[in-house]
Design a protein around this ligand. Structure first.
Ligand code: ADP
Ligand code: MG
Length: 630
């Protein structure tokens, strides 16, 4: 009995929209058809239980016939079912889809769900359903359509229970007749589906493309070698997917090696992650997943993590920022959220209570992991810190809730390579660094200034990543650390001064004039202090806030020349300064002023070429002078 007809009225409106819209992401027809096959098998198993049959979905690429075929041994469909599920319903999420797509929100629908079977028409100019239902006495059905709108339906000849969907691929979509191309899509979207999936490549041997050097398959970030024909034949006997992804298992049944292996497989890498968080919630919502902490590069600008979102083992998309807190985007991993409404627009998800709970839960779990490591494996945690601190700090700056959760586990790394919490730092430096944390941005260049503090028994913290400046401001103003100040070692001498009478009689104004004249700098500010290190004649300091402001504007590309604001601090406890003060103003005093000034400059940054030349010739002059005296 043959029947012709038109698919429900909606389809005619929707098909052109889908075709146009999906243009950028055609690959998903493979996901949709494979997942329908998996669903059909799941349904069959629900009715019959595990029958011991070899349940599988096979994707056959047949370039000679110009076809891709999707075969499953699931429940199949009766004529009535084809009529009901294919001809009439047409789209499971059709109305929703059309509403979202035609609304103002053009950002797309998460995961492009709800297109299902009809996505086949994205790449096919003829689609055939060849199916036989599991039900006793069911007749096989053969359904065919060229455009997804008009169809024919007749008795089929199929003998085995199940369904084959045959796509005759359009001329302009021939790329999908390359098994290698299909394999890439299967790996990406079907790699963790619940039923074994096999890829069968019927292309004639000699025509099989060799992908020996590297390929540009979807998931391949790095070039890698693909196997020989024999190896590929061997591979074809194995399912392309892992039907039991680790994240669906109970954490207590997972080994460390399994976690690492999953990571390497998910991200095609040989690297190991630092550690991970296994998300495993059934109530009040369903969430499974593993988040890995990768090794971050020092300045993670441009670096992106990758969190793969799954829906019941079907891959949906990477980095859905509506679901995963933004700062966690530096992590890598996989999460499966079966209850996530995926055929809705992104802006809907952003305001969805369920999604908010989900993302709050993820944040909390990540914080728990950090706190757990801090509390029980402090030493181990410290070894991770160098790698994870940019992420943790970034998280604090971006998300006040995260900061609240982890603030007790934030570490400061000292120039001596020790790690302290803020509280520990305060306790260690009590009486020496009240409410101040001294830090360096460049341990080598600022070595001289650093050692002044270290020699006084004050810990100096290394703050040398891009995020540190933001982090320090955050700690000072937003972190609830009242009065806390981060001070760079060359910004201040308050930690280095002493209550001493020495040199108190030196006239500040006179010294200022002496240096101003010698350096021909009428703006120079000079201060007198007694520094604990009596050997050190002077220091050049630059106001912390002004310097930060300058650095910030430079970072954001602003270019108005902010005036330098240096202060020269003379150490009245240093005999050389007292001698200089007592000296008659003249050529020698001018030489000394210049030389001292350059030395002070050099302790925070190298001199420019011209200045260095002047410094060297002045040094020679001083040597000659001394030698003559001796
Ligand atoms: P969804 O999978 O979201 O229900 P689809 O458009 O993908 O929507 O499929 C529509 C319906 O067609 C399915 O719900 C199922 O009843 C039927 N169907 C599609 N493919 C198969 C298959 N391979 N075996 C059995 N039934 C199928
Ligand atoms: Mg489907």
């Amino acid at each position: 009995m043959e029947m012709k007809g038109n698919i429900s009225i909606h389809a005619q409106n929707i098909m052109p929209v889908i075709k146009r819209w999906l243009y950028s992401d055609k690959d998903i027809f493979i996901r949709e058809l494979v997942s329908n096959g998996c669903d059909a098998i799941t349904k069959y198993k629900m009715i019959k239980g595990e029958t011991g049959e070899d349940f599988r979905v096979t994707v056959t690429v047949d370039p000679e016939a110009g076809e891709i075929r999707f075969t499953d041994n699931g429940i199949g469909m009766t004529r009535e079912e084809v009529e009901k599920y294919i001809n009439q319903v047409a789209f499971s999420g059709a109305e929703e889809f059309l509403k979202n797509y035609t609304s103002d929100d053009q950002s797309g629908i998460i995961g492009h769900f709800g297109l299902g079977f009809y996505s086949a028409f994205m790449t096919a100019d003829k689609v055939t359903i060849d199916t036989l239902s599991w039900q006793e006495n069911a007749a096989p059905v053969l359904w065919e359509s060229e455009d997804g709108m008009a169809f024919t339906m007749q008795d089929g000849g199929r003998k085995e229970r199940g369904t084959t969907i045959i796509l005759h691929i359009m001329e302009e979509e021939k790329e999908f007749l390359d098994a290698f191309r299909v394999r890439g899509v299967l790996d990406r979207y079907c790699g963790y589906m619940a039923t074994p999936i096999y890829l069968e490549d019927l292309s004639p041997k000699e025509e099989k493309p060799h992908h020996e050097e590297h390929c540009d398959c979807e998931d391949c970030k790095e070039p890698h070698v693909h196997g020989t024909d024999e190896e590929e034949a061997e591979e074809a006997k194995k399912p392309i997917n892992d039907t039991h992804p680790l994240w669906l298992k109970n954490p207590k049944d997972c080994t460390e090696e399994e976690y690492k292996e999953t990571y390497r497989k998910l991200f095609h890498t040989f690297e190991d992650p630092l550690f991970w968080v296994h998300l495993n919630v059934d109530y009040p919502f369903n969430l499974k997943g593993i988040l890995y902490f990768p090794r971050l590069k020092k300045d993670f600008g441009g670096q992106e993590g990758q969190i793969k979102l799954f829906n019941r083992q079907v891959f949906v998309a990477d980095n859905i920022k509506e679901v995963i807190p933004e700062f966690l985007m530096l992590l890598k991993g996989a999460i499966d959220c079966p209850d996530l409404p995926l055929n809705v627009s992104r802006s809907f998800l952003q305001n969805d209570g369920y999604v908010k709970k989900l993302s709050a839960h993820i944040t909390k779990k990540v914080a728990d992991k950090l706190n757990g490591l801090f509390n029980t494996e402090r030493k181990q945690y410290e070894t991770y810190w160098d790698d994870i601190h940019p992420f943790v700090k970034y998280g604090c700056v971006r998300d006040a809730k995260f900061y609240d959760l982890v603030k007790g586990s934030l570490l400061l790394k000292s120039t001596a390579g020790e790690y302290f919490t803020l509280e520990e730092y305060k306790a260690r430096n009590e009486g020496k660094a009240e409410k101040k944390v001294y830090y360096t941005t460049e341990q080598n260049r600022q070595a001289a200034a650093v050692s002044l503090y270290v020699n006084r028994g004050i810990d100096v913290i290394v703050m040398d990543t891009l995020i540190d400046m933001n982090f320090m401001s955050f700690m000072e103003f937003g972190g609830g650390n009242e009065g806390l100040q981060f001070v760079r070692v060359d910004a201040d001498v308050s930690g280095l001064t002493e209550d001493s009478e020495e040199g108190k009689d030196i006239d500040q104004a006179q010294m200022e004039k002496l240096f101003r004249d010698a350096l021909e700098n009428a703006e120079l500010e000079v201060k007198m202090e007694a520094l604990s290190d009596k050997e050190l004649p002077l220091m050049l300091v630059e106001d912390e806030q002004i310097r930060r402001y300058k650095e910030m504007s430079a970072m954001y590309g602003q270019d108005f020349a902010f005036p330098d604001k240096y202060t020269l601090v003379l150490n009245r406890a240093c005999p050389a300064i007292r001698d200089l003060a007592a000296m008659e103003e003249g050529e020698v005093s001018a030489l000394l002023c210049k030389q001292m000034y350059d030395l002070a400059r050099m302790s925070s940054r190298p001199l420019e070429a011209e200045d260095l030349k002047a410094f060297i010739s002045r040094s020679n002059e001083l040597i000659a002078l001394l030698a003559r005296k001796a």
